[in-house]
Write a protein that binds this ligand. Structure first.
Ligand code: TXA
Ligand code: MG
Length: 324
């Protein structure tokens, strides 16, 4: 796929849905309607497709993405549902509610889409085209709102085209979105917590739960970037990282980028060919692999601060920050 694809806009008929599913399977980027806003979809299990999605949106950082699935059965294959999660899903899916749950150990969603977290955000949208696309594709689809980062969410195909023309492959046009604001995000990890108010009113959720939702300490959203360290949920490796290291010391492991000199110790390479998309796709899984390999000190080679490199360096800086 070229760096600047021609963006096709197709009326959302069954042929177009098939084309869109094929495009996702090839690692492409497809904007599609949901009842809340248009989403920018990528194969959630394909790390490089997810990295291209962040690049197309121009996200300042890798925030975790919502995985979209067609039904509750598909959702149960990705995350662990407790009794309250089952109740909310039964009451409000399909619909404008996103549940953040512990991910299953065999969850195939790429660690980049999860920003390295052990939790996963799931949503079953209530829109016939979204449902048809998710069923035709057969794997989870990550989809943030289909706008450039910092712009408002799109509720028509024309909004999507205005923001993302030339940056994505395909837009399925099915007219304006019914709800028009993003889904409500509720975490069911500890106490039920409202992470983002949205298209489903808090009172309706509290009625089904029979208790109030806690409020998140900080509003977590791509449009309101948090100071480094504030996003309590970001993945922090156990190892101590030394950034912009010219070369590793003998007692360190090496996290390389691009061609690296021979080194006797533990080495992971974000991208031997120096490709920032590949590096983004590998970032969180290699931080975990360094921990799993028992590395306590890691030399990290410099990563250029351009394109996705800015977000990679943001996450490396968080990972290197002194731990509380
Ligand atoms: O209505 C919507 O939800 C739209 C449509 C396209 O489905 N999607 C959307 O996605 O708004 P996005 O990426 O713009 O917002 C995802 C929100 C962010 O606030 C993110 O921080 C939160 O979900 N989120 C995702 N995974 C999370 C996790 N594991 N823990 C906490 N928050 C999470
Ligand atoms: Mg958004």
């Amino acid at each position: 796929m070229s760096a600047e694809p021609q963006t096709r806009v197709l009326p959302a008929d069954p042929d177009a849905v098939r084309t869109a599913a094929d495009c996702l399977a090839a690692g492409g980027l497809v904007a599609f309607p949901t009842e809340t806003v248009y989403g920018l979809g990528a194969d959630a299990t394909h790390g490089e497709a997810v990295a291209r999605l962040y690049a197309a949106k121009g996200r300042p950082a890798f925030n975790p993405l919502i995985s979209h699935i067609p039904d509750l059965a598909a959702a149960r294959s990705l995350a662990l549902f407790n009794a309250e999660a089952e109740r909310l899903a039964a009451a409000f899916w399909p619909g404008p509610l996103t549940l953040v749950l512990p991910k299953r150990s065999d969850c195939p969603v790429s660690s980049l889409a999860l920003a390295g977290l052990d939790s996963i955000a799931l949503r079953v949208p209530a829109h016939p085209i979204a449902t048809a696309l998710l069923k035709a594709f057969g794997r989870p689809v990550v989809a943030p709102s289909a706008n450039r980062s910092g712009h408002v969410s799109p509720t028509t195909a024309a909004h999507v085209l205005a923001d993302l023309r030339g940056r994505i492959d395909l837009i399925l046009d099915d007219g304006p979105c019914r709800v028009g604001i993003e889904s409500t995000v509720v975490a069911l990890i500890d106490e039920p917590t409202l992470l983002r108010p949205g298209g489903l009113a808090r009172a309706k959720i509290e009625r089904v739960l029979g208790r109030p939702l806690k409020d998140a300490a900080a509003h977590i959203d791509e449009e309101a970037p948090l100071a480094p360290g504030m996003l309590a949920s970001h993945y922090a490796p156990k190892a101590t990282l030394r950034l912009n290291a010219a070369e590793p010391r003998p007692d360190e492991a090496l996290l390389a980028f691009g061609p690296a000199a021979k080194f006797a110790g533990t080495v992971f390479n974000l991208s031997p060919r120096g490709d920032l998309v590949e590096a983004a796709a590998n970032l969180f899984s290699q931080l975990r692999q360094l921990d799993a390999a028992g590395a306590t000190m890691v030399a990290v080679m410099p990563v250029p601060n351009e394109g996705l490199g800015e977000a990679i360096n943001d996450r490396l800086a968080r990972a290197a920050a002194p731990k509380p």
